[in-house]
Write a protein that binds this ligand. Structure first.
Ligand code: AMP
Length: 419
């Protein structure tokens, strides 16, 4: 038997209804806030991700699915969506049409991480991005959106963590004091941290190795080093969240693994997922559009881990599966042929009808109709064909009615419309 690739998964009926519901709720919400959908390719030139995510990140260093195509050009299965959305924004000069653009996209991402619960090699994200607004008010809008989305989905055990990463003006000062601290605890850090500390000391803050976390407990906080503008923006973020009634906590360790982030950074964490506690993460990336050859454009966004959100959305997938409008229990070849015509006729009119193709007994067909929770069962055998009328049973009231065969489709339509 050929099995699926390690770290990849199927989303089966029963589970997929949860995904559909999340997607429906998300799309409605984003529409209410003026976001437009954008669809971007699954593959891009490798250099797009290398340049925008940063060479010394886990993603670029060891997690990307990169391979030469048949002509030898290096291409990569996208590990995230922001770089592609920015590429598209620059390539199609989307900034020329409107000063502020709001986009969302939903789809699979690929990272060759160590698979475990909540961490896959193909996973899905819901990405939301706002281009052209420098104010931290829109960072608050994003966190607010995440909050409302969780509320609408009935997800309660979530908390917003926020931090600021400063800007190219104030971050260098912070990096220096951070590096001094890192050097003082260097003997307790992992080899990845030691290798990266000089080029990107911020990464040491979000290393997941427990001994590194322990060693970094008393590290300086960037909040104490922010320049006036970054400080004002961070205050705006907090006061806006206060006004919108969003609970949040300051988290000095929150630095994000990607190089292009500036100022506001945030994560939505949950206690329901064990080790993989981040349901969504995002922040401001004012430098990225310019880095990719576009005009200097402030931008901010987030990515929700769809797989993780689906896991914590409290609901029975079964309840959302579409139930048939009726079940036709047909016995004998001729009855089955007639039943099949009705199923197709009613299906084309928007009614979902189930029937049996295995020639099972009436008893076992009735059992199946019950399991599928069909509100009506049509019984059709040789006797009914001879008499020219089928028996229609209302499964709730147990009432049975004889319906002439030529009026049966009409009878089901009438009853299903009333429901
Ligand atoms: P990132 O793009 O790394 O900022 O991740 C944003 C969100 O995507 C995270 O908060 C997770 O919920 C989700 N995520 C990231 N990597 C994975 C993965 N390998 N498997 C499942 N979800 C993931």
């Amino acid at each position: 038997m050929i099995q699926l690739i390690k770290g990849f998964k199927d989303i089966l009926p029963g589970e997929v209804e949860t995904w559909q519901r999340i997607e429906r709720v998300a799309r409605n919400l984003f529409g209410d806030f003026g976001f437009k959908e954008i669809r971007i390719p699954i593959m891009e030139k490798t250099e797009l991700f290398a340049r925008s995510i940063g060479e010394d990140t886990d993603i670029v260093e060891k997690e990307m699915y990169t391979f030469p195509d048949r002509k030898g050009d290096l291409i990569t299965l996208r590990p995230e969506a922001t770089a592609s959305i920015c590429r598209s924004y620059v390539q199609h000069k989307l900034y020329a049409q409107e000063p502020v653009r709001k986009f969302y996209t939903i789809g699979p991402m690929f990272r060759r991480e160590r698979p475990q619960k909540g961490r896959y090699r193909q996973f899905y994200q819901i990405n939301v991005e706002i281009f052209g607004v420098a104010s931290a008010r829109v960072d608050a809008e994003l966190i607010y959106l995440l909050n409302i989305l969780c509320q609408r989905l009935g997800v309660e055990d979530v908390a917003a963590h926020i931090n600021s990463l400063g800007c190219p003006k104030c971050r260098p000062g912070f990096k220096t004091s951070l590096l001094n601290y890192i050097d003082s605890v260097a003997d307790q850090l992992c080899s990845d941290c030691l290798r990266r500390k000089d080029r990107n000391p911020l990464r040491v803050l979000d290393c997941k190795v427990p001994t590194c976390r322990e060693a970094m407990t008393d590290a300086p906080s960037i909040i104490d080093c922010l320049c006036d503008t970054c400080d004002t923006e961070f205050q705006i973020l907090q006061s806006t969240l206060d006004r919108l009634g969003v609970n949040y906590m300051l988290d000095k360790r929150l630095v994000r693994g990607l190089d292009y982030y500036t100022r506001a950074t945030f994560e939505i964490q949950t206690g329901s997922l064990g080790a993989q506690s981040a349901v969504a993460g995002g922040g401001r990336y004012d430098g990225l559009v310019k880095l990719l050859g576009g005009p200097d454009t402030p931008a901010t966004g987030f990515a929700i881990g769809f797989d993780r959100l689906a896991e914590i959305v409290q609901m029975q997938g079964d309840d959302l599966q579409r139930k048939p409008d009726a079940y036709i229990a047909a016995m004998g070849e001729q009855s089955q042929a007639l039943a099949f015509d009705w199923v197709c006729d009613l299906g084309s009119q928007g009614f979902y009808i189930e029937m049996d193709h295995q020639g099972r007994s009436l008893k076992s067909q009735m059992k199946r109709a019950n399991r599928l929770d069909a509100p009506y069962v049509v019984m059709l055998g040789q006797n009914e064909l001879d008499s020219g009328a089928a028996v229609l049973r209302d499964m709730a009231t147990k009432e049975q009615t004889e319906i002439p065969l030529e009026r049966l489709v009409q009878a089901i339509v009438k009853r299903s419309q009333k429901k």
